[in-house]
Ligand binder design. Structure first.
Ligand code: ADP
Ligand code: MG
Length: 452
């Protein structure tokens, strides 16, 4: 079975858990997978009604959620095309393959979108990328093993695929094994199931010990799997002695893989261990700009900034937010994302889900409580000293603690204009330098908000 068929089956199974049986039968099950290209699975239907229906946000989200659940790095998105587009796609594919390699079309082993060129570098991931690139240029003779650790969605899998793509571009016969730890464990269990020294056992050794490069993704999943740890230990030693490159990723440092066998932990940590951390604001902006450019979609600066400010957890979430925004714009026939309201609507769920993030209301409630005034008053027109001061402090705190666009603060506080907001923000900033009374007030209100 082709890889894309297998993956589509898994996605369909997830979809079937999420939608009513009628819609499943009528819409989703009618799609035919055609290929995987640059992380997108291409699905074909010749019925416009199916294409239109599945392009509605509610159905699109179901497909995207299912893709996320199966978590296969080869597929991170989808596209639905009709028969004409299919013909076009296939003819392009043929011409491309004829030029590159006349023998046969091989399904790519790595996601072609996950390259070093497409990897945006910032202070959070600079070391990991350089180390990986060095390994890709000189496998087995650079850092061995290379161990990359960091939280979810920060680019570990991307880097492994980048190594794979790079090495294959230099030597298309290199035997590069990329496996998720789950796959490794499954392969091992499968080989044990036939506990005679059967072909299967032989295949397991064949597969893993003949690698020129072995990349094992998310090794934290080895915890609690003692016999797989043992198998990896021997595989590791074999490869290492033969100067074959090993690259591992995990969500934590080897020393924190506490229940892993000590001898394996120390092997993991015996080469170079590097971390990837959460991207800072600048890197998030750079990533959004790059991805928007790749998707050939214009996004105004303040929208990029808004998304980068709001979605801070990881890069996968940032990408997801961007795709949603683009999708919503297309749905509204806009060829540029410049409408903040539309963007907020597109990201409604994502913004809500960060409910630990402060809201404008939480801060304003605290300010009102402190000054003993109502929300209507703080949003209203009155300029009595007390209310004006509360308003300015509210603006300062919102800007400082949430940093949403000034326009949003203005709209929220009774449609005040941009310059009023800037004035208030700068005034309080100044007061904090030399006015002890204001300093204490701001400190008290912050305490109230944080205890909330
Ligand atoms: P992890 O394996 O650490 O959970 P992934 O490698 O799957 O994370 O990355 C999640 C998504 O974010 C992928 O689509 C990947 O291409 C993208 N991504 C991560 N880091 C970067 C980066 N520095 N530049 C561009 N895209 C990135
Ligand atoms: Mg990963």
């Amino acid at each position: 079975m082709e890889e894309y068929t297998r993956i589509w089956k898994q996605i369909l199974e997830e979809i079937s858990k999420k939608v009513a049986a009628v819609s499943y039968d009528m819409w989703f099950s009618k799609l035919e997978p055609l290929d995987i290209s640059f992380g997108k699975i291409i699905l074909v239907t010749n019925l416009n009604s199916i294409k239109d229906t599945l392009s509605k946000p509610i159905y699109r989200d179901k497909i995207m959620e299912s893709i996320k659940t199966i978590d296969n790095p080869m597929v991170t998105d989808f596209t639905i095309i009709n028969e004409d587009e299919k013909k076009e796609y296939l003819s392009k594919l043929n011409t491309n393959t004829v030029i590159e390699d006349s023998s046969q079309y091989n399904a790519p082993k790595f996601n072609e979108a996950y390259t070093f060129d497409n990897f945006v570098v910032g202070s959070s991931n600079n070391t990991a990328k350089s180390a990986a690139f060095s390994v890709a240029q000189n496998p087995g003779n650079s850092f061995n093993p290379l161990f990359i650790y960091g939280g979810v969605g920060l680019g570990k899998t991307h880097i492994l695929h980048a190594i794979g793509n790079y090495v294959l571009s230099q030597n298309k016969n290199a035997n590069i094994i990329y496996a998720t730890t789950e796959q490794f464990v499954n392969d091992f269990i499968e080989s044990m199931r036939n506990n005679k020294v059967s072909d299967k056992v032989f295949n397991f050794r064949e597969k893993y010990r003949n690698a020129d490069i072995l990349m094992l993704d998310d090794v934290q999943f080895l915890i609690g799997k003692e016999s797989s740890q043992e198998a990896l230990f021997h595989t590791f030693n074999d490869l290492y002695q033969n100067k074959k490159q090993i690259v591992l990723t995990s969500d934590r440092h080897p020393r924190d893989l506490v229940s892993l066998e000590e001898r394996l932990r120390s092997r993991f940590n015996s080469g170079l261990t590097v971390d990837i951390s959460s991207p800072d604001l600048e890197t998030r902006i750079a990533i959004l700009q790059k991805k928007a450019y790749q998707k050939n979609f214009n996004i105004s600066k303040n929208i990029i900034y808004f998304i980068a400010e709001k979605i801070t957890s990881n890069i996968r979430e940032i990408e997801g937010a961007l795709s949603k925004v683009i999708f919503y714009c297309q749905l509204h026939n806009k060829d540029e994302a410049d409408d903040l309201n539309l963007v907020m609507e597109a990201l409604k769920d994502d913004l809500d889900s960060h409910s630990n993030v402060l809201s404008l209301d939480t801060i304003t409630d605290a300010v009102c409580a402190y000054y003993n005034i109502t929300k209507d008053e703080i949003k209203g027109a009155k300029k009595t000293k007390n209310i004006a001061e509360a308003r300015q402090i509210d603006i300062y705190l919102i800007n400082d603690m949430i940093s949403c666009p000034l326009m949003t603060i203005g709209n929220y506080l009774g449609n005040r204009d941009h310059s009023t907001i800037i004035y208030a923000r700068d005034k309080v900033t100044d007061q904090l330098k030399n006015d002890n009374r204001i300093k204490l007030i701001v400190k008290d209100i912050r305490n109230m908000i944080e205890k909330n």
